[in-house]
Design a protein around this ligand. Structure first.
Ligand code: SF4
Length: 63
């Protein structure tokens, strides 16, 4: 699985950081960035929570 954030859609509201603090952070431009590009299988549920919780649908999980 690979985590991607669409920077055109992200509005920097930190919902993903709150839901999955091990996987996301905000950069200097207040955009979410994945901290782990290819998370382990155990992190899948957390990544899905963040993707489903993003109000802008800016998070894609590939693979
Ligand atoms: S929840 Fe979505 S809109 Fe909010 S910071 Fe994360 S990726 Fe960006």
């Amino acid at each position: 699985m690979k985590i991607r954030v669409d920077r055109e859609l992200c509005e920097g509201n930190s919902v993903c950081v709150a839901l999955a603090p091990a996987l996301f952070d905000l950069d200097d431009d207040n955009m979410a960035v994945p901290m782990v590009e290819n998370p382990a299988a155990e992190a899948m549920a957390e990544a899905e929570r963040a993707a489903n919780g993003c109000p802008r649908e800016a998070i894609a999980l590939d693979g």
